[in-house]
Design a binder for this molecule. Structure first.
Ligand SMILES: NC(=O)c1ccc[n+]([C@@H]2O[C@H](COP(=O)([O-])OP(=O)(O)OC[C@H]3O[C@@H](n4cnc5c(N)ncnc54)[C@H](OP(=O)(O)O)[C@@H]3O)[C@@H](O)[C@H]2O)c1
Length: 269
């Protein structure tokens, strides 16, 4: 697996798996929990090692158990989770501390590779307080890297101003509907790695046809071309699939390179 070295020297795999519908009825985000983690098991067997979960996905525990039961050494995985912005999780330093301890317990691990603030925290004091607790977990070695998700340039500037330990990742939507080109350029210029959620989502029929036409030249499909476009510009991707064939295809990104012309067509879809 190709890696990107984050600003703090930690390596992150360029492709991981999302998990937001794993362990849920009908593979629905809001579905009841089923404890059926066969899709994650399949992803791990296929070779995924970056696993992206979040407290709000309600599945940290099942994700942790599935990783543990895989028998693969913990250090081969890169586990990401995220703290919600609700009072129940960030109300005070004590509460934030407890939230992170719960993640460690649920994920059955001594350390979490990447802990993100899931959504912007509007209250500046709350934001600072949350960041400071995250920093304290980096200090004690229980979190390796910290970052944010769905943060705009302004919000990131705020964090960068008070942070003792800088954010190394911003996980944001990036797909043909919402590329977020300007934000990605900013992140790259600040040595913050952009990580694309929903990388295969919101693709229109017309866009898919254009992508498939490009893909034919490389013996690939539309999804592989989209994912390759992102990793070729330094964006980490976390596609999620419940289908073994799709999971396999989404990892087969390292035996071709998009030309400048094709990159331009995709960039301006
Ligand atoms: N930070 C945030 O706020 C945030 C928000 C949303 C998501 N996320 C994270 O990002 C992850 C990925 O985003 P996502 O799950 O919303 O969407 P996604 O990965 O863009 O797309 C998932 C959909 O694409 C299909 N798919 C996957 N591979 C395919 C392929 N090779 N060919 C055809 N279809 C394919 C899947 O269906 P099949 O199951 O049939 O393959 C699924 O319906 C999430 O799971 C979550 O971990 C984070």
């Amino acid at each position: 697996m190709q890696m990107i070295t984050l600003a703090n020297g930690v390596d992150i795999p360029v492709v991981g798996t999302g998990t937001n519908t794993y362990g849920k009825a009908d593979n629905q985000y809001n579905g009841a929990l089923t404890n059926d983690f066969s899709s994650l098991k399949s992803a791990i067997q296929t070779g995924y090692r970056l696993i992206d979960t979040a407290i709000s996905y309600r599945n940290e525990e099942g994700v942790g158990a599935t990783i543990f039961e895989s028998g693969i050494p913990r250090e081969e995985f890169f586990i990401t989770t995220k703290i919600p912005s609700d009072e129940a999780y960030i109300g005070s330093k004590k509460v934030i501390n407890q939230t992170i301890q719960n993640s460690l317990k649920n994920l059955q691990t001594d350390y979490i590779d990447l802990y993100l603030i899931h959504h912007p925290i509007e209250d500046d004091e709350k934001l600072k307080q949350t960041w400071e607790v995250l920093e304290s977990f980096v200090d004690n070695g229980k979190i390796k890297s910290i970052g944010v998700s769905n943060f705009t340039i302004d919000m990131l500037e705020k964090v960068r101003n008070f942070a003792r330990i800088q954010p190394v990742v911003n996980q944001i939507e990036s797909n043909p509907h919402t590329w977020n080109h300007e934000l990605i350029d900013y992140l790259t210029s600040k040595n913050i790695v952009p990580e694309a959620w929903g990388p295969l989502s919101k693709v229109t029929q017309e866009q898919m046809e254009t992508l498939n036409k490009i893909a034919e030249n490389y013996g690939k499909n539309w999804g592989q071309v989209l994912l390759r476009y992102q990793i070729q510009r330094g964006v980490v991707v976390i596609p999620k699939s419940h289908n073994k064939e799709h999971q396999t295809a989404n990892l087969e990104l390292f035996d071709f390179e998009l030309t400048k012309e094709d990159q331009f067509i995709i960039e301006t879809l």
